[in-house]
Design a protein around this ligand. Structure first.
Ligand code: MN3
Length: 233
């Protein structure tokens, strides 16, 4: 089957391009807005300390490579072979942290929860059997991931744009495996430990009420699988 085409993410982009520094994006809602599902203290530290430090360390790593300073964080992840070996690990970790967290804030909303509608709902039902089966797969994958990482709903850019649940370690991003992310959850301990301590499964199951399905659907609808699906109906 042919490749599914999607546009660039439009996250973690540089302000004005050129030699601009990567910037911490503002949260799209207040720190306390996802209470009681995600507590304000966790959000403050997660955004203001963890994500901020990835941005800071990415900028620091790029200081020695002026020619890479105009590249988006996503470009850097996709082109690590063009990053000098001595900063490659730092760029991989911190550009990944920057891209993934930028997506993560958008993946949640105080008006979130419920179920997706439209073409994404149809695709989830088709590829997983039902919405509930998708959620079980997502929770199980997130709970089973050893150590720090992310759990994703992503679209294969081959195989007709099939939807998959997958996990990545550290801050690796599915783009390096030919996958386009629609939805993600952070399963690093810093995302849940203050409220849920070591109970990752409880955190995963309690996260669904803040999922921003409109954003996931918006990302899905940028793919040509979605456009083909729409044309059939
Ligand atoms: Mn995190």
């Amino acid at each position: 089957m042919s490749a599914v085409i999607v546009q660039d993410d439009g996250v973690a982009t540089l302000p004005g391009g050129g030699a601009a520094k990567h910037l911490l994006p503002a949260l799209p809602y207040d720190h306390a807005a996802l209470e009681p599902h995600i507590d304000a203290r966790t959000m403050l530290l997660h955004h203001g300390k963890h994500h901020a430090s990835y941005v800071e360390k990415l900028n620091a790593a790029l200081e020695s490579s002026p020619d890479l300073q105009g590249k988006t964080a996503l470009w850097l992840l996709r082109n690590l072979d063009q990053v000098p070996a001595e900063i490659r690990v730092a760029v991989r970790n911190n550009a990944g942290g920057h891209v993934n967290h930028s997506l993560f804030w958008q993946a949640m909303s105080p008006q979130g929860g419920g179920a997706p509608s439209g073409p994404l709902a149809g695709a989830i039902e088709h590829d997983f059997g039902s919405f509930d089966r998708f959620k079980m797969r997502f929770d199980a994958a997130g709970a089973a991931l050893f150590g720090s990482g992310w759990v994703w709903l992503a679209m294969a850019q081959e195989e007709g744009g099939r939807l998959e649940v997958l996990t990545t370690s550290g801050h690796d991003h599915p783009t390096t495996q030919g996958r386009y992310p629609l939805l993600l959850n952070d399963v690093w301990e810093h995302a849940y430990y203050l409220k849920h301590e070591n109970r990752r499964a409880e955190y995963l199951q309690g996260w669904w009420p803040v999922v921003n399905w409109q954003e996931a659907a918006r990302r899905y609808e940028r793919s040509d699988r979605s456009r083909l699906q729409c044309a059939k109906h």
